[in-house]
Design a protein around this ligand. Structure first.
Ligand code: A2P
Length: 327
């Protein structure tokens, strides 16, 4: 079957990319090397993950050795929440490009709809309750004008958003010259966000599913920040295991194939060579309509990746996607 999804501007994105969040510095170079060896050409990163320089070193080795051509790669990075302001767009992508040792990225995303305030020492500003301070002047349309200039300047082939709600995407669509090519959101059998996904698809905004396997690693990350949450194991869901057995595939492969069969891209993270291979090996089978429907019925609206955990403060009800600041 086809291994690419075509954007509203004709650019093609590989349906499976490798996610790089929560990969340690030591791990990442080996992992990206293994990913490229396994055949991945779509790499998803962000300054927030702290691994752009390491990824850049691997890409440079591969490009210099002629093992891959730049045009075969599909590199995604993002405008960080602390830089989500119009005047920061161009300097911020330029820093990413320098770290990645690239002249352009294939897709540049606004990482979050909100903007976080920081102190002079770089630490996050917190409010009176000890919760992350969000910049109330955030204006997506104004930031988007600067995003559009990146395409005109050739610094990004395509531009898009991440973690945007349906209303936020809709508002941007009504206030843009260049339509967003992509919205990257948490998406898996337990958090399907059908309303948002169907809207994006209808508007020709492609959707990339992050945490497609349920991001099991977040449990350890949360624990480090003193947050204990019981996360579901998507690979242990009976329906998923049953479908996997029927196809002679792993539960992870079924979770990924379901995303492809419903018209989305997925960026599973792994640093393990065998699992990296496995996650890309999803193009020799297809789920039946009945199997797709069975998985669609599993939705529980459980978000595994909420933002509160990365700064170690308690989860704040106002800091959820539902209530996040919108303008
Ligand atoms: P590892 O890096 O050791 O492979 P997500 O992409 O949803 O964030 O999930 C990533 C988590 O799932 C990581 O903990 C990763 O661990 C694990 N993982 C990735 N691929 C597989 C797979 N094919 N089978 C089981 N676990 C996987």
């Amino acid at each position: 079957g086809d291994k690419y999804l075509t954007f509203n501007n004709g650019q093609k994105m590989p349906l499976i990319g490798v996610g790089t969040w929560q990969a340690s510095d030591e791990e990442i170079e080996t992992a990206i090397d293994a990913a490229l060896e396994a055949g991945y050409r779509h790499i998803d990163t962000a300054p927030v993950y702290g691994n752009e320089p390491a990824i850049g070193r691997v890409l440079k080795r591969w490009l210099d050795a002629g093992k891959v051509k730049r045009e075969e790669l599909f590199i995604v990075t993002k405008l960080p929440p602390i830089s989500n302001r119009p005047h920061e767009v161009e300097p911020t992508i330029k820093k990413s490009l320098a770290d990645l040792q690239l002249d352009y990225v294939d897709l540049y995303l606004i990482h979050t709809p909100f903007t976080l305030n920081i102190n002079e020492d770089g630490s996050f500003k917190v409010d009176a309750e000890g919760l992350l301070e969000v910049d109330p002047t955030t204006n997506h349309a104004a930031t988007w004008v600067e995003m559009e200039k990146l395409v005109e300047k050739g610094l990004a082939k395509s531009i898009g958003v991440s973690n945007f709600s349906k209303d936020q995407v809709a508002r941007l669509l009504n206030n843009c010259k260049i339509r967003p090519a992509n919205n990257q959101i948490e998406h898996h059998v337990y958090l399907q966000q059908r309303d948002l996904v169907d809207f994006c698809k209808a508007e020709n905004v492609s959707v990339t599913a992050y945490s497609p396997l349920g991001s099991k690693g977040i449990a350890a990350f949360n624990a480090g920040a003193g947050i204990v949450r019981d996360l579901p194991d998507l690979m242990d869901i009976p329906e998923v295991k049953e479908i996997a057995a029927a196809h002679g595939k792993s539960p992870a492969q079924v979770l990924l194939r379901w995303i492809i069969d419903t018209g989305l891209c997925a960026i599973p993270k792994s640093t393990n060579p065998a699992r990296l291979k496995q996650n890309l090996d999803v193009f020799d089978f297809k789920l039946s309509d009945e199997e797709v429907a069975k998985l669609l019925a599993l939705d529980k609206n459980i978000r595994v990746c909420d933002f509160a955990f990365f700064h170690g403060v308690e989860r704040h009800p106002e800091f959820t996607f539902k209530n996040q600041y919108t303008k």
